[in-house]
Design a protein around this ligand. Sequence first.
Ligand SMILES: [Zn+2]
Length: 362
Amino acid sequence: MNDAFQVVSSNTDSALRQYFRFVDLKWAGPATSIFGVPPAVRAGIELLVVQRTLDHTRLLSTVPDFPNIFAACHFLASASHRESVATTMDIVYDRLVTRFSSYFNDVTAFRGVLQLTGSAVSGSFALACILDDFSEDPRVGWGLEWQPRDMDIFVPTPTVSFDARDAPSIPASTPFEIMHAFLTCNGYEKYGTRATYADGMPEDAVRRVFRYRRTGTSHLVDVVESVTSSILDMILRFPSTIVMNMITAHHIFVMYPQWTVRRMALPGPTLDGIIRAKYQSRGFVFVEGNNDIGVPCGLTCPALARNVARRGSTLLAPYTEIGKGAVPQEIPLWQVWKSSVPCTNSLCNLASTGIPYFDNAV
Ligand SMILES: [Zn+2]
């Protein structure tokens, strides 16, 4: 591991804490002598990324037998028993580490980079992680109709860059540059520049995309930079709800949980035939209307206004102790969205109110 991305551990008060320490590669190399070292970087940016009580023992008998991460997150979103929550978070965390570990030397350092830059894993890889069948040996397969081909990491464009906050005259590191440096340290090489992100994202939602390949492997990573300071703005532009999910440093976020868990998708106006066929071949069903479901829509309503704070309209689950008490920086509290599929259900209990609100929740 390159010195620019360090993980430091400490054991105190019977708790394990791991800190991610970032030193900008630019300043660690020869450039130092040209620009000098800005104070904030010289001191090192340090983030707490792991906090675990060492005497915590898993009480597997207190949690259900989860079929996948989605089910575990659903449990986490409403569970309150301390040991059950800790055990379930461990289950999710361990599965993610298993899935990420062949991509990075140190998954804790990767999570540190996600936290530092406000980035997230999304797209097909995140979807596969969330629906990954626990009964399948992760060394063999995913228990899905497909294997995710590459990992997509979504990074924001910062309004104020990290270094510039402390030293405005010094060129700044953007999340994109930090992610580039991290991948380089993990044996990745640029594998071509693409003008657009392949999964049907409208061009004007994406500032740039770099594709990387890990030397000696078939592992591909796409780094996709938003045109705004919020990656949620970009993820909302996906042409289908099925990939509107995020894995952040501490949380898993599913924007259309009632549909995603059923492997159903609401198409957006920009969904083209190729992307539609791609997900259909993976076993997903696109829904153009809901006039024949025979019951009130409740939270499944495609016209439901969804928001991270609106209980049940989305699924937000922490998978670390640090995430438990924190609202993720990547998901603005004020942001509200709904699908572009109209509700055609005559029994809808939301349609008559005009703007559906979750107090109609079932
Ligand atoms: Zn409805």
